[in-house]
Ligand binder design. Structure first.
Ligand SMILES: O=C[C@H](O)[C@@H](O)CC(=O)C(=O)O
Ligand SMILES: [Zn+2]
Length: 281
């Protein structure tokens, strides 16, 4: 097996303003996370957040340190990890303990764990472990969180095309983490807008991963300051980095599901600077 990675530097709104479509995509879009029998990470210098994918098909995959990037003996020597499985059923082995992780189930693994292995129950329907990791300075216990155990928030309506359920999964109100927070938002059929009205939270960066998008459909993701927005067209199973200074919202050509993950200054999910729809530019 192999682990591959890319690095992305943190840039601000002034530099972003000068980018064309290609430049915008090169800086913020994560176009592919899942490769056969490979772990792939994108390391962003926004809060040193890592977003990745592990898709074991014929092999069990080991979460190895990335020597040139982390310079630590283990991947989790100074990091914590959040996992949500978006593929078929699989297993995560954490220092010898086997944990089953079904579709849309989440797992938190704390700092200091040495051995993590990923495997799929079936090669024809492999597990797809979506991974988010942040620097950590304390060890919190490994915890699995199912959708049933998530804290649920229902927002929006079909009339305004934004009826959705936010599942807060790896959130401090559900489990203990150092700074990582992750959850999954499912849009109801007929609803296409996520995170509308939009918001920023200069205290935290965020990464959105879109999936459950039917064949032939796409999501237009909106980013940028409230008064200067840009869009990035995204396909199924792509992710996008949202800088702290940016809104993060999307409109699909159908409904879909997305995973949000964030980290930074505080852990207050409701600490959002909301903008009104009519002030967007
Ligand atoms: O800061 C919070 C995140 O942007 C998401 O949780 C918002 C979201 O899922 C939604 O409104 O649909
Ligand atoms: Zn947000």
């Amino acid at each position: 097996m192999e682990t591959t990675f890319e690095s992305r530097y943190a840039i601000g709104p002034n530099e972003t303003k000068t980018l064309d479509t290609k430049g915008l995509r090169e800086n913020f879009l994560i176009d592919r996370l899942f490769w056969n029998d490979r772990i792939h990470f994108v390391y962003t210098h926004f809060d040193r957040y890592m977003a990745g994918g592990a898709m074991p098909v014929d092999q069990k995959l080991k979460l190895e340190t990335i020597e040139p990037l982390l310079k630590e003996e283990f991947f989790l020597s100074r990091r914590e990890l959040g996992i949500i499985n978006v593929g078929g059923a699989g297993t995560v082995e954490v220092d010898g303990e086997k944990i089953d992780l079904g579709t849309k189930e989440a797992l938190y693994i704390g700092k200091g764990v040495k051995d993590v292995y990923f495997s799929s129950n079936s090669a024809s329907e492999p597990a797809k472990f979506y991974l988010n990791s942040t620097p950590a300075h304390h060890s919190y216990p490994t915890r699995k969180v199912t959708k049933e155990q998530a804290n649920k928030i229902e927002l929006g309506s079909l009339e305004t095309s934004n009826h959705r359920v936010i599942n807060q999964m790896l959130l401090h109100t559900v489990i203990e983490t150092c700074q990582l927070q992750m959850g999954m938002t499912e849009l109801k059929p007929g609803s296409v807008w996520n995170t509308m009205p939009a918001h920023t939270h200069d205290r935290r960066m965020e990464v959105y991963f879109y999936f459950d998008l039917p064949e032939g459909q796409s999501v237009s993701h909106f980013m940028g300051p409230v008064d200067e927005t840009r869009h990035i067209w995204m396909q199924n199973e792509q992710a996008v980095i949202s800088p702290p200074w940016s809104i993060h919202s999307g409109a699909g050509t159908s409904n879909y599901t997305f995973i949000w993950g964030m980290a930074g200054e505080n852990m207050d999910y409701d600490d959002m600077d909301k903008s009104s729809i009519t002030e967007l530019r």
